[in-house]
Write a protein that binds this ligand. Structure first.
Ligand code: NAD
Length: 345
C-alpha cells in the first residue's frame, strides 16, 4: 500500500513511517518541519526505496492537491498537528490554524483526489487523535468510543474540532475514514519538552525535576512503537467510519511515573543516584485535567490488538535510548526553553 503520512518527521509520525516501511509499505512523508520535527527520526528508512519526503504545510491547500496528484496514495494517515498542551495555552492560534483549518484542507484535498479516482471503497483517511478530547475523569471510569466530547484545553478543543470534521466528511460526502484516539505516548525520539524526556534529561544533568501540582494527575501510558502498530492495524483492518480508542492499560499518577523513571536512571546512571531527590513540585498548569483512562476493548476484541510492552519495560527501553542517543537530543535540549518546559502530553 502507498500511504501518505502527514507529520511523519514528528514523534509518533516517524514511528509510523519506520514501521510502515519495515512492513513493506511505500510511504510519502508530508511535513512542514516545525520546531517539533526532525528528519533524523526517519534516517533509517530514507534510502529504502520505499520512502519519499515532501516538505509542505497542511494550511496550504494547493500544495496538498499537488502532492495527492503526484503520489496517488492508497491511504492517508493524518498526524500533522501542533501537539503540546502548554504551548496551546501560551499561543492557541497555531493550534486552530494547523489542527482545525489544516485538517479541513487535508479532508478537502483527499476528497477531491478520492472523487478523481472514482471513489474507491478501499481508500482510507485515517485521522489520528487523542483521548484528551473526552475531557477529565474522576477517580473511576474510562473513556469509550461513545463518551461525549468535553475538551478543556486549546489543544484538545482543536483536536476535537478536527475529529468532528472527519466524521462530518464521512457522513456528508461518503469519504472512507477511520479515527483513532490514543492516550499519552512515550518512547524514543520524543521531543525534550514532554514529561518523560524532560525527567530523563534533567535527572541526567542533575537538575531539578519539576512535577505539576501534587503529582496526582493520572494518565494512561503507551509505548510509541505499540501505538504505531495499532495505527497500521486500524488503517488496514478498521471498519470504514468507525473509531477506535487505543491505550496501554497502564494508568499511572505523574509522580509514580517520574519515580519509575528515576529508578531506571538509578540503575543505568548510578553515579547520579538517587535521582528522586531532584523532584520538585511546581504550581499546576491552568485547566490541568485530573485523570484520563482509556477503555481499549473495541480495538482488542475487533482487531485483536495488544500492546507488546509494559510501562516498566517501555520506560527502561526509553531511558536506555536517551542515554545512547545524546547526539539526537543534546542540540534540542540546549535550545531556548526546551527542557525547562514541562508537559504531560
Ligand atoms: P509532534 O509534535 O512530535 O509532531 C507533529 C509533526 O507535525 C511535526 O513533524 C511537525 O513538523 C508536523 N506539523 C505541524 N504543523 C504542521 C503543518 N501545519 N503542516 C505540516 N506538518 C506540520 O506530535 P506527535 O506527538 O508525534 O503527535 C502526532 C499526532 O498524534 C498529533 O495529531 C497528536 O494530536 C496525536 N496524538 C499524540 C499523542 C502523544 O502522546 N504525543 C497521543 C495521542 C494522539
Amino acid at each position: 500500500m502507498k500511504i501518505l503520512v502527514t507529520g511523519g518527521a514528528g514523534f509518533i509520525g516517524s514511528a509510523v513511517v519506520r514501521l510502515a516501511v519495515r512492513r513493506g509499505h511505500e510511504v510519502v512523508n508530508l511535513d512542514a518541519l516545525t520546531y517539533a520535527a526532525n528528519l533524523e527520526n526517519v534516517a533509517s528508512v530514507k534510502d529504502s526505496g520505499l520512502y519519499w519526503f515532501e516538505q509542505a504545510d497542511i494550511r496550504d491547500r494547493a500544495a496538498l492537491d499537488r502532492i495527492f496528484d503526484k503520489h496517488a496514495p492508497d491511504a492517508v494517515m493524518h498526524l500533522a498537528a501542533e501537539s503540546h498542551v502548554d504551548r496551546s495555552i501560551d499561543g492557541p492560534a497555531a493550534f486552530i490554524e494547523t489542527n482545525v483549518i489544516g485538517t479541513f484542507n487535508m479532508l478537502e484535498a483527499a476528497r477531491a483526489y478520492w472523487v478523481s479516482q472514482g471513489r474507491p471503497d478501499s481508500f482510507r483517511f485515517h485521522h489520528i487523535s487523542t483521548d484528551e478530547v473526552f475531557g477529565s475523569l474522576g477517580e473511576t471510569g474510562q473513556f469509550t468510543e461513545t463518551t461525549p466530547y468535553d475538551p478543556r484545553s486549546p489543544y484538545s478543543a482543536s483536536k476535537a474540532g478536527s475529529d468532528h470534521l472527519v466524521r462530518a466528511w464521512h457522513e456528508t460526502y461518503g469519504l472512507p475514514v477511520v479515527l483513532t484516539n490514543c492516550s499519552n505516548n512515550y518512547g524514543p525520539y520524543h521531543f525534550p519538552e514532554k514529561l518523560v524526556p524532560v525527567v530523563i534529561l534533567r535527572a541526567l544533568a542533575g537538575e531539578t525535576i519539576p512535577v505539576y501540582g501534587d503529582g496526582g494527575n493520572v494518565r494512561d501510558w503507551l509505548y510509541v512503537e505499540d501505538h504505531a502498530d495499532a495505527l497500521l492495524l486500524a488503517l488496514e483492518k478498521g471498519e470504514n467510519g468507525r473509531s477506535y480508542n487505543i491505550g496501554g492499560e497502564n494508568e499511572a499518577r505523574n509522580i509514580d511515573l517520574v519515580r519509575m523513571i528515576c529508578d531506571h536512571m538509578d540503575r543505568l546512571n548510578p553515579q547520579g543516584a538517587p535521582h528522586d531527590r531532584l523532584i520538585e513540585f511546581v504550581p499546576d498548569r491552568p485547566g490541568h485535567d485530573r485523570r484520563y483512562a482509556i477503555d481499549p476493548q473495541r480495538i482488542r476484541t475487533e482487531l485483536n490488538w495488544r500492546p507488546s510492552v509494559t510501562v516498566q519495560e517501555g520506560l527502561r527501553l526509553t531511558v536506555e535510548w536517551y542515554l545512547n542517543n545524546r547526539d539526537w537530543w543534546e542540540p534540542l535540549y540546549q535550545r531556548d526553553g526546551v527542557g525547562k518546559r514541562l508537559g504531560t502530553g
